[in-house]
Design a protein around this ligand. Structure first.
Ligand code: DGT
Ligand code: CA
Ligand code: CA
Ligand code: ZN
Length: 577
């Protein structure tokens, strides 16, 4: 495990504490820390490696890292601490990380609660809410108290879960090590990761091996592992350093498919399937599908055949949530779902013109590497000052640059776009002349999240009715394991999207996955298209598209519903309307 994550976390905490101060120069500093945190989080190479190879100068080559921040990073590499943070922490000895995850609480409000009530952590907050102390503080009130209480409950229910985007790469690393050991012939993910669920409680891995004991021994000693919780001959559970458990099961080759089915779940899907088996006088378990005499009805090797023998079409793991997929499978109505290979473009990407880490040239190289034929460059607009949003003049200059770039590109196109801020009253954050010139306008809400549901719905619909936006960006504003989405009447929004030809974004950023799979299922009968976007803020983020695809598949979407599965000429016709 590298140190990029802890380093970027501490930089964010420094920004939290600094942001309590309102002074102009500090505001700039806050932005610098946030920016550095973001680009370090997105780095492929570990900062400790960079430091070892190139020293502090190497660190300063990282986007957004200047002399001061590079010193702090060196500090951390040498001592495990940052002096600047330790000093600031004395001013506010508060658990910012968890407190700011709660809806309705930013660093400033957390600091007010500390000063007025001495609240330092979630427990303290919980006690203050229970005693109704919050509502008496200026700027908080009864509504805030309710929002905070709801936020605490959400934080509790998320405890122990991590983002799919953190769990999946970890599972891949473990599987690579297993295969590399030479003792494992086959290893695959099961459970919620295989179903591409947005958060994951524990990692499930199934493997086949001639030497199960060796595999278990080796697993317990992997560098990702903190401790072995439960060691057995065919199943071992470990606690990973990243904070969750990992179950490894060694399975016999002849029942690998059955085990894969069984341990992929989910539980409710499996219960239904077992009931169907019983009705057919069969028995389904992790070893296979058996008749009354205990004979194999179908080879346990193959997952798909188990479904077929039970009288239905096999369906992708992403559908197995007991949301009607078994009926659909019995009636032969499992459609082909969109896959990563179907995506040929990306409609939402940032560069360092606003809050991204890379130049448009670097983004193009990365997008091509990811197999794309076009991207829309969509930086933030002027109201979003914290993200260095662009005004009309800067956009014009930038677009002239993009025009030149496009002339030199062969077989790749950059569409000129913007992530246009949807203002409080539903107006868009750019003049209509500039808006009309955009190839691709993603309209997004970035402020006033606490508006009531009616007002927020009207705000978003007004933006869609402007006829100026092509895509509604991260439609509900939720942050996974963080804040709840804003109140939004999703049916009214979908109806407006249909009426105005606006596509709904499936934002692939692992902490968003917004719009959610369940919302997609809810609105998929409307005649609307979806855009699976990376919302890339760095060259590495195109790799997140797979999570957006997973979300689309969990919403049962086929390629025909995906805007950026269209080749450029057909896409242009739709955007041009
Ligand atoms: P998670 O880990 O909370 O994100 O969700 P899952 O779905 O990965 O749940 P998990 O890890 O408890 O179990 C993996 C799959 O194994 C689950 O989807 C269904 C299946 N399963 C069925 N019966 C059992 C059982 O008795 N014990 C366990 N551990 N798993 C079972
Ligand atoms: Ca699991
Ligand atoms: Ca498990
Ligand atoms: Zn945005």
């Amino acid at each position: 495990m590298g140190i990029n994550k802890p380093v970027s976390d501490i930089l964010n905490r420094i920004a939290d504490i600094l942001s309590i101060d309102e002074e102009g120069s500090v505001k700039f500093e806050v932005r610098a820390y946030r920016r550095a945190a973001l680009s370090i989080d997105a780095l492929e190479e570990d900062v400790s490696e960079i430091y070892r190879e190139k020293g502090a100068d190497g660190l300063m080559e990282i986007e957004g890292v200047g002399e001061g921040i590079s010193k702090s990073i060196v500090d951390y590499i040498k001592t495990g601490k940052m002096k600047k943070y330790e000093k600031l922490k004395k001013r506010y000895p508060i658990d910012f990380e968890n407190l700011t995850k709660i809806d309705g609480l930013g660093p400033k409000r957390v600091a007010i609660l500390y000063k007025k009530l001495g609240i330092k952590d979630v427990n303290g907050l919980n006690r203050a809410v229970a005693a109704h102390k919050i509502s008496s503080i200026e700027g908080f009130g009864k509504k805030s108290e309710a929002v905070i209480l709801n936020g605490i409950e959400r934080l509790e229910s998320n405890k122990g879960r991590v983002l799919l985007g953190d769990a999946m790469p970890e599972a891949e690393k473990i599987i690579r090590s297993l295969i590399k050991s030479g003792y494992v012939t086959r290893a695959e993910m099961a459970g919620s990761i295989r179903r591409m669920k947005e958060t994951v409680g524990d990692i499930d891995i199934l493997a086949t091996s001639e030497h199960p004991e060796k595999v278990m021994e080796l697993f317990g000693m992997m560098e990702e592992v903190e401790s072995v919780m439960l060691g057995g001959k065919t199943k071992t559970t470990v606690k990973l350093k990243m904070g969750i458990n990992c179950d490894l099961r060694v399975i016999e080759d002849k029942s690998f498919g059955a085990a894969l089915q069984y341990f992929t779940g989910n539980k409710f899907h499996n219960v239904k399937l077992r009931t169907i088996a019983i009705r057919k006088r069969l028995k389904l378990n992790e070893y296979g599908l058996f008749d009354k005499k205990g004979n194999n009805v179908v080879s346990g090797r193959d997952e798909g055949w188990i479904y077929k023998k039970l009288g239905m079409d096999p369906m992708p793991p992403e559908m197995r949530e007991d949301r009607g997929e078994i009926d659909a499978a019995i009636n032969g109505r499992i459609n082909r779902l969109v896959s990563l290979e179907d995506l040929v473009g990306d409609m939402h990407t940032h560069t360092k013109e606003s809050d991204g880490s890379n130049s448009i040239e670097e983004m193009v190289v990365a997008a091509r590497k990811a197999g794309l034929d076009y991207i829309a460059t969509t930086n933030h607009t002027k109201s979003l000052k914290i993200a260095n949003g662009m005004d009309e003049a800067r956009l014009n200059g930038y677009f002239a640059h993009v025009d030149k770039l496009n002339e030199g590109l062969d077989g790749f196109t950059v569409l000129k776009g913007a992530e246009v801020d949807i203002l409080k009253n539903g107006d868009l954050d750019l003049g209509s002349k500039t808006l009309k010139e955009l190839d691709c306008a993603v309209g997004s809400v970035h402020s006033y999240f606490n508006m009531d549901k009616d007002a927020m719905t009207k705000r978003v619909i007004k933006a869609m009715e402007s006829g100026m936006i092509h895509i509604l960006g991260h439609p509900t504003g939720r942050i996974l394991l963080g804040r709840e989405g804003y109140g939004l009447d999703i049916h009214k929004v979908a109806a407006a999207a249909e009426a105005n030809g606006v596509a709904i974004e499936i934002n692939s950023s692992p902490d968003r996955l917004d719009i959610s799979d369940s919302n997609i299922l809810e609105i998929s009968d409307y005649k609307i298209m979806f855009a699976i976007d990376s919302d890339a803020h760095s060259v590495n983020h195109f790799g997140n598209l797979r999570y957006g695809v997973g979300t689309a598949r969990r919403g049962w979407l086929g390629k025909d519903r995906i805007l950026n599965a269209l080749e450029l000429n057909r896409l242009r016709k739709i955007l041009g309307r």
